[in-house]
Design a protein around this ligand. Structure first.
Ligand SMILES: Nc1ncnc2c1ncn2[C@@H]1O[C@H](COP(=O)(O)OP(=O)(O)OP(=O)(O)O)[C@@H](O)[C@H]1O
Ligand SMILES: [Mg+2]
Length: 497
C-alpha cells in the first residue's frame, strides 16, 4: 500500500500542490482526476522520484520512503507511464522493453533472441501482433502506449501509474488494455488511472481521488458516486449541460471535395462542408481521417480529386496556400506538429499570426501581448506568464495553446483534429462553446473526434470513415453510437435518413 500525505510542491512561485492526500491500496484501480493543471502529473512525478516534494511524506507498506530518483521508486515496485511517452523511437520494441535491464550472457553479450522471444510473448498477452524487431517510432501512438504498459509488466511492477493512457488508443486497444489491467489487478497489482474520460473511470476504477487547483478535494468509492458529484468536486461549481446548445444556422457550401485520394491513406473521398456547419469525421484510429485533413491543409499530397472553395477550384500544395484560403488546422499531435515546446506560450500563439500585430515590419510588442492575453483569458489557459516555455504547461493547457494559435488566424474553414484530447471536462465545454460561437458566426467547421459522446453532442452531421473510405453519413435524426460504430467498423455504404 502507498500512502502520500500532506504533499506540497511549488515550481518557483507557482504552488502546484498544497497538502495533497493520496492512498493506493493493494489490488485496486484508483482514478486520479482534476482539471488541466490541477497537479495530477506532478503528484505522480513526485511518486516516481522525478520531482522532489517540498514537504509531506510518502510511505510504502507503512515505511517512510524518500525517492531521489526513478531508480528509488522502481525499487519499491512503482512504475509510472507518463503522459508524454518515454519510448525511444530509434530502438526496437524489444530494446525498449529491456532498456537498462538487458539480458546478457555476461561480458556484455546480449541475449537478443531471448529478449525478442520474451517481448513477443508479452505482446501476445496484450493482444498485440507486433514484431519485437520493429522500430518503436514506426508504431502508432496507441501501440507505443501498449508497449509502455508491456514494459511496466516486464519490470514486475506492483504499482503501475498510467497517466492518460487511452488518449490515443482505438476502442479495441482500450478494451485490450482494460482486460489486461483487470487481470493484473486480480493478481494484486494496483493501478493509478489518470483520465479525463468519465466513462472509463466508471468502467474500470474502484475508487477516485479528486484534485482541485493543487488541493485535495476528496476521495470516493466509485459505486457510491456519480458524474455530477465528481464534476462538482473537480471544478467547484455546477457545469450544467455537457454539450452546449447551438442555434444551427447552416448556409451555403463553403468547401467541396470530390474524389480526393492520397496513396495508401484514403481513397475517393467526397463531401461538402457548409458555412456554419459542424461536420464531424468519425471512425476508428487509422481510418484515414487525419490524412484527409492533412491533405486539405496541404501537409500531404493528393493523387487525384478536386477541392472547391466558394465554388472556385483551388489547389492547395502547402500550408501557406491553405492559410491564404483562410483554412486553419488544429493538429492532433501537439507534441510534434502543434507546438514548439521550447518556445514561449506567446511565440507559439503568435507563430501564424505575426502579420496581425506587425506594422511596417516592426512587431508591436504591446499589441502582441494583448492579443495573446485575450486568448489566454478566453480559453482559460492556466499559466502565470505568457513568456514561459510551452513545455511548462500541463498537457491539456498545451492543447489550448494550439487552439489559440489557430483561432488567432480568424479562419473561414476550421479543421480540428481531436481538439479536446487530454482536455478536462470544464475546458472541454469552453472549447465546445468556442466551436459553437464560430459556427454561429458562419465558420465552416470540420472536426475529427474519436469520442462518441462528443461526436453526437457536437455534430450537425457525421461522416464515418473506415480503412480510408467514407462508409456512411449519419444525420441528426438517427445519430446514435450504434449507427456510427456500424459504419466505423466497415458497414455497408448507404446514407441514413
Ligand atoms: N517542470 C515544470 N516547471 C514549471 N511548472 C510546471 C512544471 N510541471 C508542471 N508545472 C505546472 O504545474 C501545474 C500542474 O501541472 P500538471 O502537469 O501536474 O497538471 P495535470 O493535472 O497533470 O494537468 P493535465 O490534465 O493537463 O495533464 C501546472 O500549472 C503546470 O504549468
Ligand atoms: Mg497531466
Amino acid at each position: 500500500m502507498i500512502h502520500m500525505t500532506g504533499i506540497c510542491k511549488a515550481f518557483s512561485s507557482n504552488q502546484v500542490l498544497n497538502g495533497v492526500e493520496f492512498e493506493l491500496k493493494n489490488g485496486e484501480i484508483h482514478a486520479l482526476m482534476g482539471e488541466n493543471g490541477a497537479g495530477k502529473s506532478t503528484l505522480m512525478k513526485i511518486l516516481s522520484g522525478i520531482h522532489q516534494k517540498d514537504s509531506g511524506s510518502i510511505t510504502v507498506d507503512g515505511q517512510e520512503k524518500i525517492f531521489k530518483n526513478v531508480r528509488d521508486s522502481e525499487a519499491c515496485g512503482i512504475h509510472v507511464i507518463h503522459q508524454e511517452l518515454n519510448i525511444l523511437p530509434d530502438l526496437s520494441v524489444a530494446e525498449n522493453l529491456f532498456l537498462g535491464k538487458e539480458l546478457t550472457y555476461g561480458f556484455g553479450i546480449l541475449k537478443r533472441k531471448e529478449m525478442q522471444r520474451q517481448t513477443y510473448e508479452l505482446l501476445c498477452k496484450l493482444g498485440l501482433d507486433i514484431d519485437p524487431k520493429t522500430r518503436a517510432g514506426d508504431l502508432s501512438v496507441g501501440k507505443q502506449q501498449l508497449v509502455e504498459i508491456a514494459k511496466a509488466i516486464a519490470s514486475d511492477a506492483k504499482y503501475i501509474v498510467m497517466d492518460e493512457p487511452t488518449a490515443a488508443l482505438t476502442d479495441r486497444e482500450i478494451q485490450t488494455l482494460f482486460e489486461t489491467v483487470r487481470e493484473l489487478k486480480s493478481k494484486g497489482i494496483s493501478f493509478v488511472y489518470i483520465s479525463h474520460r468519465m466513462e472509463e473511470i466508471f468502467a474500470i476504477c474502484d475508487r477516485i481521488t479528486i484534485l482541485r487547483d493543487g488541493q485535495y478535494a476528496g476521495v470516493r468509492n466509485i459505486p457510491e458516486t456519480n458524474f455530477d458529484e465528481i464534476v462538482a468536486m473537480m471544478v467547484g461549481r455546477e457545469l450544467g449541460e455537457r454539450f452546449p446548445e447551438r442555434n444551427a444556422n447552416i448556409g451555403e457550401v463553403k468547401l467541396s471535395v470530390r474524389n480526393l485520394s492520397a496513396s495508401k491513406a484514403f481513397d475517393n473521398v467526397s463531401f461538402d462542408l457548409r458555412k456554419g456547419e459542424v461536420l464531424v469525421f468519425a471512425g476508428l484510429m487509422g481510418s484515414g481521417r487525419t490524412e484527409v485533413a492533412q491533405t486539405l491543409f496541404g501537409h500531404r499530397k493528393a493523387q487525384q480529386g478536386q477541392i472547391h472553395i466558394d465554388g472556385q477550384s483551388v489547389s492547395i500544395k502547402n500550408p501557406i496556400q491553405a492559410m491564404r484560403h483562410k483554412i486553419a488546422f488544429v493538429t492532433e499531435d501537439r507534441k510534434t506538429e502543434g507546438l514548439v515546446l521550447d518556445f514561449s506560450i506567446r511565440d507559439n500563439i503568435m507563430l501564424p499570426n505575426f502579420d496581425k500585430t506587425c506594422r511596417a515590419g516592426i512587431t508591436q510588442i504591446q499589441a502582441e501581448r494583448e492579443f495573446v492575453q485575450s486568448f489566454i483569458e478566453q480559453l482559460a489557459i492556466r499559466t502565470t506568464n505568457a513568456e514561459l516555455a510551452a513545455k511548462s504547461l500541463s498537457g491539456g493547457n498545451q492543447q489550448k495553446v494550439v487552439l489559440a494559435k489557430w483561432l488567432g488566424t480568424d479562419p473561414d474553414i476550421l479543421i480540428l483534429d481531436e481538439p479536446t484530447r487530454g482536455v478536462d471536462i470544464g475546458a472541454k465545454k469552453e472549447i465546445y462553446n468556442i466551436i459553437n460561437q464560430l459556427a454561429e458566426a458562419g465558420v465552416a467547421i470540420l472536426m475529427i473526434s474519436s469520442e462518441l459522446p462528443e461526436v453526437i453532442g457536437m455534430a450537425d452531421r457525421v461522416l464515418v470513415m473506415h480503412e480510408g473510405r467514407m462508409t456512411g453519413e449519419v444525420t441528426q435524426e438517427n445519430m446514435t453510437q450504434e449507427h456510427i460504430m456500424h459504419f466505423a467498423t466497415g458497414g455497408e455504404k448507404h446514407v441514413l435518413h
